[in-house]
Design a protein around this ligand. Structure first.
Ligand SMILES: Cc1cc2nc3c(=O)[nH]c(=O)nc-3n(C[C@H](O)[C@H](O)[C@H](O)COP(=O)(O)OP(=O)(O)OC[C@H]3O[C@@H](n4cnc5c(N)ncnc54)[C@H](O)[C@@H]3O)c2cc1C
Length: 405
């Protein structure tokens, strides 16, 4: 189901996100089953001066969906609207999850060019926060948005397409702050298989060979385990293009299958996470500093594992990978343990090396800090103000995030 944050909340009308670190009680949860219903809900809220926040599968762990007023879920509005085999494009309803879309797109010979670690997010939720996988030549998932339909703050339908270049650059990572997407048109690729290999090694061998690992794999990332100082390397390649052997690593998993089935995992162990997008050229130095600090100060109490990934640049105004070759460093911490001391100690290090925070993961930045990190920040802000001058979609948290004064 779309709203999969937690089960207990349903009875009390309380919202709890996936990791359990965020709770709030909206005055209403709306689940429209049609675009016309979405329009009516937005119009009503606009007249009453209420704040509406759209929610997908509730997997973000910053309060981007929090509102005291209306939480709007499109989990009753999902599925394939249409597709174009020749152009490899498809349109889906906004409640559709990556998993569902992966399935029905495979039936018509198409696939996502990349995926993150899991596939239970909605396609739109993933787009709105700039969700990404790993791979030096792979852009984030937001980059595949090429058109669609949105209900605006005035309760009107706005259709948009590839011609609306500036609008698309704003929409691609838009935090649900511009309007309610009802349908999204996606640029896909022909279905493909991947060979997934996982290897165990030491952090020193990994860092010595990092350049080669990044350059010679379609997808490469690694997890570092602070307590043992060992790593798990993950590579995904087109069959026939994979490593047969890495002399410094032990192969522990090797399987081949359709991309949408092989990339995502099911995560049962809940965790909180802080992830920053760094310029690729700073990433190793930054990682070394993170490693030093984690080993010195945090190894006893925390530091479950640290994830390192890469992303190709794009031009969405609020994208973490805007305009630069990017590597990300993510601190993962078991959800049952306190996380702020750990994250707040490491956040200045990630910032010092030029990091931008993942919108959906823990960070403490506000507009005054964020504005300097995104060269076209003001363009996004202007587009947002034009689309929603009254702030129908602007919760107090989003105001703090997007409004510098
Ligand atoms: C276990 C786990 C693994 C993860 N793995 C990765 C990963 O590998 N890579 C990565 O980059 N991120 C990852 N994430 C983060 C995750 O991809 C993002 O939080 C994503 O945004 C979640 O999608 P969602 O459907 O849950 O959306 P939500 O969290 O519910 O919402 C996300 C944003 O989308 C907006 N939104 C939702 N629906 C609409 C709509 N119809 N119209 C307008 N706005 C809308 C919301 O307002 C909000 O701003 C992971 C998170 C978890 C918990």
């Amino acid at each position: 189901m779309g709203m999969s944050g937690s089960d207990e909340r349903q009875d009390r009308g309380e919202w709890v996100n996936w990791s359990g670190s965020l709770r709030f009680s909206p005055s209403r949860i709306e689940r429209p089953g049609s675009e016309e219903e979405v329009r009516q809900i937005v119009k009503r809220s606009c007249e009453r001066g209420e704040v509406i926040r759209p929610v997908g599968a509730g997997h973000s762990s910053t309060p981007i969906i929090e509102t005291e007023d209306v939480l709007l879920s499109l989990d009753g509005y999902r599925g394939l609207v249409g597709y174009d085999e020749e152009r490899c494009q498809a349109t889906v309803r906004a409640g559709t999850t990556l998993k569902e879309a992966g399935g029905f797109l495979a039936d018509v010979g198409m696939a996502f060019h990349t995926l993150g670690d899991i596939n239970v997010q909605t396609v739109v939720g993933a787009i709105c926060t700039g969700t990404h996988g790993s791979g030096k030549s792979l852009k984030n998932l937001a980059s595949i948005l090429i058109g669609g339909r949105m209900v605006t703050a005035q309760g009107e339908i706005m259709e948009f397409s590839q011609q609306d270049e500036d609008l698309l650059r704003a929409m691609r990572v838009s935090l649900g702050a511009l309007g309610i997407f009802t349908e999204v048109k996606l640029q896909l690729v022909p279905s493909y298989s991947l060979r997934r290999q996982e290897w165990c090694s030491t952090i020193d061998s990994c860092l010595e060979n990092l350049h080669d690992l990044i350059e010679s794999n379609r997808h490469f990332d690694f997890y570092w385990y602070p307590r043992s100082d060992r790593v798990k390397l993950r590579t995904y390649n087109l069959p026939g293009e994979s490593y047969a052997d890495l002399p410094y690593a032990e192969l522990v998993e090797d399987r081949t299958g359709a991309s949408h089935l092989v990339i995502p995992k099911v995560r049962t162990l809940r965790f909180n996470e802080m992830e920053y997008f760094l310029p690729l050229e700073n990433a190793v130095d930054c990682f070394e500093e993170v490693r030093r600090r984690v080993k010195n100060d945090h190894r006893r109490e925390v530091a479950w594992r640290v994830l390192f990934r890469t992303i190709t640049p794009d031009d969405a105004y609020l994208s973490g990978s805007y305009g630069r070759e990017t590597a990300t460093i993510a601190l993962l911490h078991n959800a049952s343990l306190p996380f702020w001391r750990y994250f707040q100690d490491l956040e200045p290090v990630l910032l010092e090396y030029g990091g931008r925070p993942h919108w959906a993961k823990k960070h403490t930045l506000r507009a005054r800090d964020l504005r300097a990190l995104y060269p076209e920040w003001d363009t996004f802000v202007r587009i947002r103000e034009k689309l929603d001058p009254q702030g129908v979609f602007l919760s107090p948290y989003l105001r703090g995030l997007l409004e510098a004064e």
